[in-house]
Design a protein around this ligand. Structure first.
Ligand code: FAD
Length: 498
């Protein structure tokens, strides 16, 4: 995905004007015996405000989200994670869990747990299973598996954490073929709120295993994740760029072409402003353009899939070739940069109708640039239900396409562009299903979190949260509150464990 999307809107929740300084309270005295004991016990490092690495470690990928934790634990192993959990619980501190900071939902003022030192990857080519530490990012796992012609269902950018992405669902370029990454989790070792370490798979704690596959970081801290791999020796994919003026015609073509494709192919349509930077391709540098992105999983049949695109004439730029999934993810500029301030919203289309196309074409003429960019992403295929039997908490989509509007905060505040984005969605009419997807939820959408799971699954998740984390210790996240407790978001209070 192009910019920093939704996640910046998470920040908007915390910092309506784009940046908000949070007053740091010295919640943990450097002289405290408990802190000294923690520092002795931890094999990684304990970092306090004023220490050399503190600013680097507290800063999420989403830089607009300011947080000033009382301390940061850079865990080097499971024992460090347990020590950090015990310390936060005993000292009454909020616990924040951050691998990369792409999905941070609330700033942490207590103990921030980081995993850069837990980045082991073991690829078992006999069982086709990868075991990853919580610090592993997507490009690292793909680098380790693709040399064996194996892949996991990675997302569309390379620098997202494998564990956070997979726990929340995980929709990438192969989702129509393989379903979500959560479907491919086969086991996990988890540190629970009480500090115990448990196994979750089909045999041990199957309920917890179910909850982890789509319910995010609500149930514990995953200290190693096992994910099944699929044989795949590269894809044919990439991007084709066309002039903005052709938006209406291209959208129609895109809808008709993409809706006929098999599950082997995933596509997106994007309207995007290419920066004037010298690193941008010269043919499109500084222009606002339409982009069709495609990823086809079977190189032998790629020509037939791509052939209809010839009808569109010569694109401004064509970069479609045989490539790895890591290279597909590398096409997205977000894979190589920190998150710039922007406001994003995602809705799911009931129908990719002519009315929607006309509305988007109008937006293209009136709102873009510089206010807004948009992306239509194709869903369907295995995201609908073909692998339902292996599914956990992730709820399949009914929509065949999602619409993502994104506004970079250039000459406007996040609050102003939030209004413009909401208006733009409303202008298309009653065309949305209302469903949500956990990984793409903004923090201010938490009141609608049930829509990501449906009533039945959400009720089950809340019961499991009550069983595994009754005090809602893991609450600085897109929070599923324990059954019979008000959600932290709804009550307006983010409570530490009681
Ligand atoms: C630019 C960008 C592109 C994205 N592209 C996609 C995409 O293509 N498909 C998609 O499905 N999603 C995508 N996302 C969403 C992304 O998957 C979520 O934001 C996800 O939560 C990121 O996980 P992280 O660990 O990298 O982020 P973090 O901010 O470090 O973590 C987010 C949350 O994940 C949980 N978490 C992380 N690690 C652990 C752990 N070891 N144990 C327990 N909980 C943990 C915690 O609740 C934590 O607060 C994208 C996000 C961004 C910003």
């Amino acid at each position: 995905m192009e910019l920093a999307r939704i996640f910046l809107a998470n920040a908007c929740d915390a910092a309506p004007s784009g940046r908000e300084s949070i007053v740091t309270k010295p919640m943990v005295s450097p002289e405290s015996p408990a802190l000294k004991a923690l520092t002795r016990a931890v094999k990684g490092s304990v970092v306090l405000p004023g220490d050399g690495d503190y600013d680097k470690l507290r800063t999420p990928w989403l830089e607009v989200m300011e947080q000033h934790p009382a301390l940061i634990v850079e865990a080097a192993g499971v024992e460090d994670v347990v020590a950090a959990v015990d310390f936060a619980r005993n000292e009454g501190l909020h616990l924040g869990v951050m691998a990369t900071g792409h999905g941070i939902a609330a700033p942490c003022d207590g103990l921030l747990l980081r995993f850069a030192k837990m980045n082991d990857i073991v690829v078992d080519t006999k069982r086709n299973i990868a075991t990853v530490g919580p610090g592993v990012i997507s490009s690292e796992l793909l680098d380790a598996t693709e040399k064996y012609d194996l892949i996991y269902p990675a997302g569309q950018v390379g620098n997202v954490g494998v564990t956070g992405y997979s726990l929340g669902g995980g929709i990438g370029w192969l989702a129509r073929k393989l379903g979500v990454a959560a479907d491919w989790i086969v086991g996990a070792n988890v540190v629970l709120a009480n500090g115990s370490v448990v196994r979750a798979d089909e045999v041990d704690n199957p309920d917890l295993f179910w909850a982890l596959r789509g319910g995010g970081g609500n149930f514990g801290i995953v200290v190693s994740l096992e994910i099944a791999l699929t044989p795949l020796a590269g894809v044919v994919g990439g991007e084709l760029y066309y002039p903005l003026e052709r938006a209406a015609e291209l959208l129609r073509f895109y809808r008709n072409w993409s809706s006929q494709l098999s599950n082997e192919t995933s596509t997106i349509f994007r309207l995007v402003a290419i920066p004037p930077a010298s690193t941008a391709p010269s043919e499109i540098r500084g222009q606002t353009v339409c982009m069709i992105g495609v990823c086809h999983a079977d190189p032998k049949t790629a020509d037939a899939v791509l052939e209809p695109l010839e009808q569109l004439g010569k694109p401004l730029r064509r970069d479609v070739k045989k490539r790895s999934i890591a290279s597909m993810a590398g096409l997205d500029p977000a894979s190589h940069s920190a998150g710039a301030p922007a406001y994003g919203q995602i809705e799911y289309l009931k129908d990719f109708s002519d009315d929607v196309i006309d509305g988007l074409a109008r937006l293209a003429q009136t709102m873009i640039p510089p206010i807004m960019q948009f992306e239509v992403q194709q869903l369907g295929g295995a995201l609908v239900g073909s692998s339902t039997e292996r599914r956990g908490a992730f709820e399949p989509f009914s929509a065949a396409y999602l619409l993502h509007l994104e506004s970079p905060a250039m000459n406007a505040t996040l609050a102003e562009i939030a209004i413009a984005t909401t208006d733009a969605f409303a202008a298309l009419g009653d065309v949305y299903t209302g469903e949500k997807y956990y990984n793409f939820l903004r923090a201010d959408e938490l009141p609608h979190i049930e829509r990501a799971f449906g009533e039945e699954k959400f009720a089950r998740l809340r019961q499991l949260k009550k069983r595994y984390d009754p005090s809602n210790f893991f609450h600085l996240n897109l929070n599923v509150a324990p059954a019979e407790r008000p959600s932290a978001e709804a009550s307006g209070v983010r409570t530490p464990a009681s």
